[in-house]
Design a protein around this ligand. Structure first.
Ligand SMILES: O=c1ccn([C@@H]2O[C@H](COP(=O)(O)OP(=O)(O)O[C@H]3O[C@H](CO)[C@@H](O)[C@H](O)[C@H]3O)[C@@H](O)[C@H]2O)c(=O)[nH]1
Length: 473
């Protein structure tokens, strides 16, 4: 019987791709294992769900490519659900609920796999936390793959302690500074939204996940040492889980997919070919980032007034975000004509890794999604952090205050970033000493990341340790 590792990613692009890349790396380093990846249907691809749809970030093409280029990975699509989560569920709730509703299917699949092969490890995304109970009942060693950075992992592992220490909802603490091991002092308001209201369902889903992670066989993180030195130290030193032994942590990153480039010869790359070296600031906000019409106008004015070259990925404001944006309506009158020598607006989606890697790109205004951060580091591009949702505010604090790879951006009370603020930060990033310093730091880390992924580098060492553990099981 062959030794099998089963991976269970959450379906969103920011989660699925890095886990599939992990599967590819395991196979490359340890080809004696067979890899099975369980695929949940995305909330938006099942007509039973009324969750927001986002076609542009679909991973179907990526999975098809991996299927044909790495046939030794087998993808197993979970069957459609007979019972579906309530239609009132938020997208975040669905991320936790869909795996929960799949538990019966999962139980069956894990049993079937165990009958035909030796199931050495089950690696799950934290959104798939409901699977932890299924796997432990079947006595299968279970690991979590963490798609964000070590700082967020440190904070998440510390959550059960924070929950006991602070008896109020974090939303009532405003800007109170909290001490979380491995992080710089952080304002309660910079922690993820779902952690802020003790009465919400999301609060408890993520708290449960944190509790289970601390009981798992190990934690794999998509990062490398220098991108989270303090947090990694705090986690391994047991500071984040003070009341029990912390599972071992394995830094297996950076896991980045170059093949997520939907259109290699995208028109924006042709435009970049015509721009001077490091002259363009790239603005892109992950697979789900959206702005109001008012905010889009402020961005346009800020970019125009900055005088910098820019490449901007723009989407329609909600609720019509699936539709192609009408630039004439959304942008200030005459904007495209006035900026045509210096700017390029891409509708919906750009091949981000190819853009960041392009020598004309000199800066990145990002929502601080972890994959975007890793890609920026991988390409040596300094950032302006403009967090929008999930753990991105926490990532920004670490990027701006601790590792200093990004510049901050001030928002007004209602969350709006003014044109003047964006203009100032973009100029600072592209054309000031502060920007140059961030560029130098990010270049240094890029070199470290390149060294890390070479034979014998940190992800290889981490995977060798894991493979050893799995073989002993
Ligand atoms: O026009 C676009 C927009 C995005 N991307 C790619 O899409 C991915 C986006 O990932 P990420 O930057 O991590 O953002 P999200 O999609 O928002 O990811 C979710 O998952 C991440 C990992 O857990 C978290 O860090 C984020 O906060 C969470 O929102 C990256 O690979 C980008 O290269 C493109 O190629 N083109």
């Amino acid at each position: 019987m062959e030794d099998t590792i089963v991976l269970y990613p959450s379906p969103g692009r920011g989660h699925l791709i890095s886990m599939v890349e992990l599967g590819k790396l395991i196979l490359k380093q340890h080809p004696s294992f067979s890899i099975t990846i369980l695929i949940l249907s995305e909330p938006n691809t099942n007509t039973n769900y009324t969750a927001p749809n986002y076609v542009a970030s679909s991973t179907t093409k990526y999975i098809t490519t991996v299927n044909s280029t790495t046939p030794s990975i087998s993808f197993h699509h979970l069957p459609p659900l007979s019972e579906v989560p309530p239609s009132t569920s938020s997208l975040l709730e669905l991320n936790y609920l869909i795996p929960r509703f799949n538990n019966q299917n999962l139980h069956q699949i894990l049993k079937t796999i165990s009958q035909t092969s030796k199931l050495k490890a089950f690696i799950i995304d934290f959104f798939c936390d409901a699977a932890f109970e299924v796997a432990t009942n079947l006595d299968i060693p279970t690991y979590y793959f963490f798609t964000s950075g070590a700082s967020y992992l440190a904070a998440l592992l510390y959550r059960p302690t924070l929950h006991k220490k602070v008896d109020k909802s974090l939303k009532d603490l405003g800007n109170t500074l909290l001490d979380i091991p491995g992080l710089p002092p952080i304002q309660a308001s910079d922690l993820p939204e779902p952690w802020k209201d003790r009465t919400s369902k999301e609060y408890h889903y993520s708290l449960n996940a944190a509790n289970h992670m601390a009981k798992s066989n190990g934690l794999l993180v998509n990062t490398f040492d220098l991108l989270g030195t303090k947090s990694i130290k705090a986690i391994s030193g047991g500071l984040c889980v003070p009341d029990r032994p912390t599972p071992p942590i394995f830094c297996v990153g950076p896991l980045i997919s170059d093949s997520n480039q939907d259109v290699e010869d995208h028109e924006c790359l042709n435009w970049l070919n015509l721009q001077p070296n490091r002259s363009v600031v790239f603005l892109c906000f992950g697979s789900l980032g959206l702005f109001s019409a008012k905010q889009l106008k402020e961005i346009a004015v800020g970019l125009e007034n900055s005088g910098q070259r820019f490449l901007w990925v723009l989407r329609n404001p909600p609720p019509d975000n699936e539709k192609d944006p009408n630039l004439d309506e959304l942008l200030p009158k005459g904007f495209l004509e006035r900026t045509k020598e210096k700017g390029f607006v891409v509708k919906q989606w750009a091949p981000q890794v190819a853009v960041l890697r392009h020598e004309s790109v000199g800066g990145f205004v990002t929502h601080c999604g972890w994959n975007s951060v890793l890609e920026a580091v991988w390409c040596g591009v300094p950032m302006v952090g403009w967090p929008l949702y999930a753990e991105q505010r926490l990532n920004r604090v670490v990027l701006v205050e601790e590792i200093k790879l990004a510049l901050g951006l001030n928002e007004s009370e209602d969350g709006l970033v003014s044109a003047a603020e964006l203009e100032k930060r973009v100029k600072e990033l592209m054309d000031s000493e502060v920007g140059t310093e961030a560029r130098e730091r990010v270049s240094g880390l890029r070199d470290e990341a390149v060294t890390a992924v070479k034979e014998g580098g940190s992800p290889h060492v981490a995977l060798a340790k894991l493979a050893e553990l799995w073989r002993q099981n």
